[in-house]
Design a protein around this ligand. Structure first.
Ligand code: BGC
Length: 410
């Protein structure tokens, strides 16, 4: 059996808004309840994890993991600009403490797309004051929990909007985006209601600039409040490959989608890689996979070897250790996930064997959950969730990953 490095971090991830339910002070909740909305359905109670979080951590433990990645909802901690909610600070502290009690490292994401409603009313990351506002929240959180944490993710996939212009996104997304933002602005009584998971194309750069400034401010805040914590940001990386000898299109994509974030990560402690697919490019186009190649729920070819390529690329570009903060498969057929996990991890081992420093692997997701604008349709979980009873049931793929984790080897 080929071993993973000692101390390799194994886990699964969730994100607050996608699992907790009733995130009523958030920007995303507001956008979901605006007409028209980009969201297929509202998040509602999600997986009811705000109540069932202990059970979720028990599930993570049952798969032999030694970590659990989750996000803190800024909108709960700071429901109004000048106000921190002690009850909510204590809530997330209980989650952190329970993880530690069970021997799971709590891996905290400080911002997983969602922000408070009041922050969206100010124009979100487009407002130059946003980085400072984020840093105030980060300082509060890190002063409170910093001594209990080892790895923190500042921002989740700040590069997602530009990436989505290069992958299979249904047309309705762009048509509705502007309408949703306009309606939200009117409803909130402001000029520019903005949020980082409903972004107009003409504002990608401004959003990116704001998020970059926010990461830099958060890095400073974390290092001041909790100097022992390792920090990084997580970016979505497709394994972008070239057919033939013209790499110009692929390289243009890389610069547009990952360039600034990989440069930024050079001053961090790790780079979080989130990979779901590979794409081939010739000099002019993305090449459609042949029709007989099985597709995932996102419409792209199922390709377990994509993880290795994304990880190698991130390491080559940044030189900092890679932490796979998300990897998974959208499918309603768990036999596809069963077949997917092991070859992806063999690829990760190949990269490690070649000297790529990899801190750990996090599967997305622990649970089937609220998949943003697509609602409850897509299934990424190792556990199925009954959205009426909130009962969780392990899928066969959960046992496959649990066995690898138990052995720390394949
Ligand atoms: C995000 C998750 C999302 C997953 C699957 C990533 O883009 O971080 O929130 O659910 O991919 O789409």
């Amino acid at each position: 059996m080929a071993k993973f490095p000692d101390g390799f971090i194994w886990g699964a991830a969730t994100a607050g808004h996608q699992v907790e339910g009733d995130n009523v002070n958030s920007d995303t909740w507001f956008a979901e309840h605006t007409t028209p909305t980009l969201f297929k359905e509202p998040s509602g109670k999600a997986c009811n994890s705000y109540v069932l979080w202990r059970e979720d951590i028990d599930l993570a433990k049952s798969l032999n993991f030694n970590s659990y990645r989750f996000s803190i909802e800024w909108a709960r901690i700071q429901p109004a600009e000048g106000e921190f909610d002690e009850k909510e600070l204590a809530h997330y502290e209980s989650i952190i403490d329970y993880c530690i009690e069970l021997g799971l490292e709590p891996i905290v994401t400080l911002n997983h797309f969602t922000s408070p409603h009041w922050f969206a009313k100010l124009g979100s990351w487009i407002n130059p004051v946003s980085a400072e506002l984020f840093a105030t929240y980060v300082t509060k959180v890190m002063q409170r929990y910093g001594s209990k944490l080892k790895h923190v993710v500042t921002l989740n996939e700040p590069n997602l909007p530009p990436l989505l212009t290069w992958v299979h996104m249904p047309d309705f997304v762009y048509e509705l985006t502007a309408a949703n933002l306009k309606a939200a602005s009117e409803k909130a009584g402001v000029d520019n209601y903005r949020l980082s998971n409903v972004v107009r194309k003409d504002e990608f750069d401004a959003m990116g600039d704001g998020l970059e400034a926010a990461h830099i401010a958060a890095r400073k805040a974390i290092r001041a409040a909790a100097p022992n914590v390792k920090l990084g940001l997580s970016i979505a990386i497709v394994d972008d490959r070239v057919v033939g000898d013209d790499a110009s299109l692929r390289d243009r994509k890389r610069e547009e989608v990952y360039g600034r974030w990989l440069r930024l990560a050079k001053d961090d402690d790790f780079i979080g890689v989130q990979n779901y697919e590979s794409v081939y490019y010739d000099g002019e186009h993305a090449i459609e996979p042949s029709p007989d190649v099985p597709r995932n729920g996102m419409g792209s070819a199922i390709d377990p070897t994509a993880l290795e390529g994304a990880v190698r690329y991130a390491y080559e570009q940044t030189g900092v250790p890679v932490y796979v903060t998300e990897h998974g498969l959208s499918t309603t057929d768990d036999t596809q996930r069963v077949a997917f996990i092991k070859p992806a991890l063999v690829g990760l081992q190949n990269a490690i064997a070649d000297g790529v420093e990899v801190l750990g692997y996090t599967h997305w997701s622990l649970l089937d959950n609220f998949e943003w604008i697509f609602g409850y349709g897509p299934k990424f979980g190792l556990f199925d969730v009954n959205f009426e009873t909130f009962e969780r049931t392990a899928k066969p793929s959960a046992a496959v990953l649990a066995e690898i984790v138990k052995n720390n080897a394949i």
